[in-house]
Structure formats: structure tokens, C-alpha cells
Design a protein around this ligand. Structure first.
Ligand code: FAD
Length: 260
């Protein structure tokens, strides 16, 4: 199978760099084809801008989604965007490897999403009407592919537990898991999380690699997170609110995950 690893860390000798290298070699040992987008090494341009299209259509005012649609459909997106889209289409699974920075992904990775997830590619796909808000949340260009986060954090696991001071890790990662990965169609696997990174020595690093290797061994068989699909009849139309009989009386991110 084909696996794309997108790495966002400025230092190759970092923990994130080491975990990414471990994943590459382990996946290759398993017989997979692996490609890496090392965003800092690539000097990735994180800013979505008029330079993303090779032929500006509306020079008087830049409208990101409009220019993005026209560049995508017309085949004149900038080359770096096209290359990353091709990698996504090639991949059967995508791993995003990053440190948690200010409760989210590093800006360079967010900028990769902003630019590579073009209109017509990752959003704005399929019919748009009051009864069908596009092919998204379980459908779309990247449907049938798998995605997994490998995230490192300075905080302790308890800080990210259901009553932890930082908020539950499932809530913190929800915008990425659901909003960035499930949205364009990925089957999203539970994240691989590394806490308390300030306390890692070679013994703990080896243990982490052992744990990660199990997740990589099972990359194509692990059950994805059971998000409800937008167009599966679970959301009332046209409001797109979860049906009243599902997760009755509850609210918050977790209601969008099928329980049991
Ligand atoms: P490194 O600093 O490279 O390494 C961490 C430890 O692992 C070190 O002790 C190192 O010696 C060891 N190590 C590295 N490689 C190996 C190896 N090959 N073998 C053995 N040991 C190794 N944390 C939060 O919890 N929440 C936040 O919101 C948050 N925001 C942040 C914002 C910013 C801007 C920054 C800079 C940090 C933030 N942090 C936050 C902390 C951050 O998440 C961690 O510093 C990061 O995850 C550590 O990953 P790293 O790759 O940079 O680790």
C-alpha cells in the first residue's frame, strides 16, 4: 500500500523527526511504499495567496475560494499545490506527524492544509443544495483512504484527560480529526499521542517506537473513529443538526461519534 507522511517540525533531529524516520523505515519493512512531505525541509509556503494560481482570473479583488476553484478546474494551480494533491491521491493512508503547538498544529502544516485542500478538491465537491451540502464528512475526494495523527505534547496525559486542565484531547483534536480529515472523506483512525515530551530518554523512546509500530502494523485494519456521515441520514435537513434520537440530550463534539 502507499503511505504519505507529512512532517511539520523545523529540526530533523527532534523527537518528531525521529518518530517520522522510524515510521518510514517500519512501513517500508512491512512492504509499503512511503513518501514524505517534510514541510520545513521543503521550505513549504504556508500562506494562501494570489500566487497559488498561475493565471489570476479576477485581478481587481482576490477571493480565495473562487480563485482556488478556477485554478483547480482549469489546471493552473501553482506546482507545489498540485504535487501535494497528487501525493494525496496516490496515498492509501496519510500520517500527519507534528508537535502540538498552542493546542493545534504548527502554522506550516495548517498552511499546507489551507493551500493543498483546494476548492473542488477537498471542499466544494459534489452537489450543493438544501438537501445535499456537498460530498463531505465521510464522502469526497479522499474517501476510501485512511488518515492518522501522530502528535507529541509537552503536557501530561492527565492534563488532557476528561477533567484535565487543558481540556480533553479528543476535544482539542476534534477540529483536525473531524474538520480537516473526515471532511474531505478520510477514514480517521484514533490518534497516536505522546505526552510529557520533556521526559523522554532512550528507554522511553524505544517503548514509544514499539507502541507506534503496532499502530503502523494495523494501519489498514484498525477501526476508524465512528463519525456519523453527513449524507447517511443521521443529520436533519436542511439544518444539518444531529437527529434528535441520536445522543439524545447530549451536546458537544462527542455526539458526532457513534457510541457502542
Ligand atoms: P524534542 O524537543 O526534540 O524532544 C523531546 C524529548 O525527546 C527530549 O528530551 C529529547 O532528548 C528526546 N528525544 C528526541 N529524539 C530522541 C531520540 N531519537 N531518542 C531518544 N530521545 C529523544 N505542549 C502542549 O502540551 N500543549 C501546547 O499547546 C503546546 N504548545 C507549544 C507551542 C510552542 C510554540 C512550542 C515550541 C511548544 C509547545 N508545546 C505544547 C510543547 C511541544 O508540544 C513539545 O515541545 C513537543 O511536542 C516536543 O516535540 P519535539 O519533536 O519538539 O521534541
Amino acid at each position: 500500500m502507499n503511505v504519505l507522511i507529512v512532517v511539520a517540525h523545523p529540526e530533523p533531529r527532534s523527537l518528531n523527526g525521529a518518530l517520522a524516520r522510524f515510521s518510514v523505515s517500519h512501513l517500508q519493512r512491512l512492504g509499503h511504499q512511503v513518501r514524505v512531505s517534510d514541510l520545513y525541509a521543503m521550505n513549504w509556503e504556508a500562506r494562501l495567496s494570489p500566487a497559488d494560481t498561475q493565471h489570476r482570473q479576477h485581478v481587481e479583488r482576490f477571493t480565495p475560494s473562487l480563485e482556488s476553484t478556477q485554478a483547480f478546474e482549469g489546471g493552473f494551480q501553482s506546482e507545489d499545490i498540485q504535487q501535494e494533491q497528487e501525493k494525496l491521491l496516490w496515498a492509501d493512508a496519510v500520517i500527519l506527524q507534528f508537535p502540538l503547538w498552542w493546542f493545534s498544529m504548527p502554522a506550516i502544516l495548517k498552511g499546507w492544509i489551507d493551500r493543498v485542500y483546494a476548492c473542488g478538491f477537498a471542499y466544494g465537491v459534489g452537489e450543493h443544495s438544501d438537501t445535499h451540502w456537498g460530498d463531505r464528512y465521510g464522502e469526497g475526494t479522499l474517501a476510501g483512504k485512511r488518515a492518522m495523527l501522530v502528535v507529541t505534547m509537552g503536557g501530561w496525559a492527565s492534563h488532557y484527560s476528561p477533567r484535565g486542565i487543558n481540556g480533553h484531547i479528543d476535544d482539542i483534536l476534534f477540529p483536525i480529526q473531524h474538520g480537516i480529515l473526515f471532511y474531505p472523506g478520510f477514514d480517521v483512525l484514533p490518534p497516536f499521542t505522546v505526552y510529557r515530551t520533556g521526559r523522554i530518554d532512550s528507554v522511553r523512546f524505544d517503548a514509544l517506537c514499539q507502541e507506534l509500530s503496532k499502530r503502523l502494523d494495523n494501519l489498514f485494519i484498525t477501526a476508524p473513529v465512528g463519525y456519523y456521515r453527513q449524507n447517511g441520514g443521521d443529520y436533519a435537513l436542511p439544518e444539518l443538526t444531529l437527529r434528535d434520537d441520536l445522543a439524545a440530550g447530549e451536546q458537544g463534539h462527542r455526539i458526532h461519534i457513534r457510541q457502542g
